[in-house]
Design a protein around this ligand. Structure first.
Ligand code: CS2
Length: 498
């Protein structure tokens, strides 16, 4: 069989007319952005916004991507001029080819090139999608003993963390009295920008107090709320793209039609006009972060745990089970929403309904195992803070206790099946239940949730343990029925707080 040609700038003119292609001269574009973490999410989200800017005639906002360790994405993209297809899958299917990524550096292979790219005055913005675990946190706080951060506090010759790369680059930028820079977190994390500031400052303090002083004046660390459901690429997607385009794309990405980017304003230096292509600049990001993490991501993680236990492969399959769908809706509406700050003018119930409708999109199957990955980190951002606030305010928490019991059951079952993907995998796998020791508390302990109120609330923990037992005895759906949770005809959400 003849091999199809690879996607490339030369092949663009021969792509079918339904494919939206770069309309700009790539040689006229410079890279004003360095982005850390070139996974599917970045390529479906921030890169798509930048592509829209380039298509409008802006020339400053090309992207240099950085992969911290793996060369895979770089290798695939380099072979096709860093172009890739982005499919929007919903009621309609839309194809775009994105050219905003100009090249991808692999930090472990060429640390100096990464430091130089961030230090260059051509770079006005650094963005990142490094996931929760890239922030080196423990108990929700920056952890100086985390091996990567501890390494960078000692030496910046070959940094291990994003903090280290930023600090090394700022030392060089300060020495050149370079242009101001904005560093923008694009992860599902509360106050990601503040964490980046804190980590970089800690490292600068130990390596170059004068660069720290410069950075305090010239660098802005900001947070953003990013939203677009973007699953991992499958072989089926690659085949579909090859067939539609008539050329081979080794790194296509599929995402839902919905997309949102809310950015904490007040940049240092040049700011890409992202508001012209659908992003929103706001002075206060907190309500947007809260609403997204708690009303969407919490729901996603809860459905991932319940769906996994029900034997489902995908989130939309979990939602097709009435008891699971009712439980997710009740948890979000009755227990999480009352303690969630929503942006002014927004309707929390409508946001929940939209999130669940988006999760039902069967055109875009999203694996429960993918959403369930790294859950020990995700629950600290997504639902434990809401649980703590509900407990503190003496509000209902029965569903949240059940969700905790289900999360523990999911961890145990996935560990047993060899399917657990989590930074704490080894500890979860080595865990042995002990008489008289709460299983929920032991798992929260491994997740680093010791500082949370729910960890220390014996009634809540005992309730979660009891639910865990019902779930493992009866299976998830019968447990929901037995406990009258997830039944449309009940409002079983008494407070477990005395
Ligand atoms: C998901 C998110 O995998 C996950 O943990 O909850 O990636 C989610 O799809 C995005 O945050 C949606 O914006």
């Amino acid at each position: 069989m003849r091999r199809m040609p690879s996607l490339s700038w030369d092949s663009l003119p021969s792509l079918p007319a339904f494919v939206e292609k770069p309309s700009y001269d790539r040689d006229a574009v410079s890279a004003g952005i360095v982005h850390f973490g070139v996974g599917n999410f970045h390529r479906a989200h921030q890169a798509a916004y930048c592509e829209a800017l380039l298509n409008r005639g802006e020339t400053d906002w090309g992207i240099i991507g950085v992969s911290m360790r793996s060369p895979h994405v770089r290798d695939k993209l380099a072979a096709q001029d860093y172009l890739y297809s982005l499919l929007s899958l919903g009621e309609k299917t839309e194809f775009r080819v994105i050219g905003a990524l100009q090249r991808v550096l692999v930090a472990d292979e060429s640390p100096r090139a990464v430091i130089d790219a961030v230090a260059s005055s051509a770079t006005a913005l650094v963005t990142c999608t490094i996931t929760e675990k890239g922030y080196c946190l423990n108990r929700g706080e920056l952890d100086s003993e985390h091996p990567d951060l501890a390494h960078d506090l000692r030496s910046l010759d070959h940094p291990h963390s994003l903090y280290g790369y930023l600090a090394a680059a700022l030392i060089s930028r300060a020495a050149q009295a370079g242009e101001p820079l904005t560093v923008l977190s694009c992860d599902n994390l509360s106050s990601g920008g503040n964490k980046l500031r804190e980590g970089v400052s800690r490292i600068l303090l130990s390596h170059s107090p004068s660069a720290l002083e410069w950075a305090e004046e010239h660098v802005a660390f900001r947070s953003s709320m990013v939203d677009r459901v973007t699953p991992a690429t499958t072989g089926e997607l690659m085949a579909r793209v090859g067939h539609a385009l008539g050329c081979e794309d080794a790194a296509p990405v599929a995402a839902e039609p919905f997309t949102q980017w809310v950015i904490e304003d007040d940049f240092a230096g040049r700011r890409p006009p992202l508001d012209a292509v659908g992003a929103l600049f706001v002075p206060d990001i907190a309500p947007y972060e809260h609403a997204k993490l708690r009303l969407l991501n919490a729901g996603h993680s809860i459905l991932a745990a319940l769906g996994y236990l029900a034997g489902d492969r995908y989130i939309h399959e979990a939602l097709a089970r009435p008891a699971l769908a009712a439980f997710a809706l009740q948890t979000l509406e009755q227990e999480i929403l009352p303690v969630t700050l929503v942006p002014k003018g927004a309707d929390g119930r409508a946001a929940i309904a939209t999130a669940l409708a988006r999760f039902r999109n069967a055109q875009l199957p999203y694996a429960v195992l993918q959403v369930g990955s790294d859950s020990s980190q995700k629950i600290l951002q997504r639902w434990l803070p809401a649980t703590d606030e509900a407990l503190a305010q003496n509000k209902p928490t029965a569903h949240l206790a059940f969700a905790l019991g289900a999360w523990v059951a999911m961890i145990r079952a996935a560990a047993k099946a060899g399917e657990l993907v989590d930074p704490q995998r080894e500890r979860f796998c080595a865990f042995e239940p002990q008489r008289g020791v709460s299983i929920s508390r032991a798992h929260l302990d491994i997740a680093g949730a010791q500082a949370s109120l729910c960890f220390n609330n014996s009634d809540f923990i005992a309730t979660a343990d009891a639910y865990y037992k019902t779930i493992t005895d009866l299976g998830i759906e019968r447990a929901l029925q037995a406990e009258t949770l997830g039944r449309n005809d009940t409002l079983a959400c008494e407070s477990t707080q005395q």
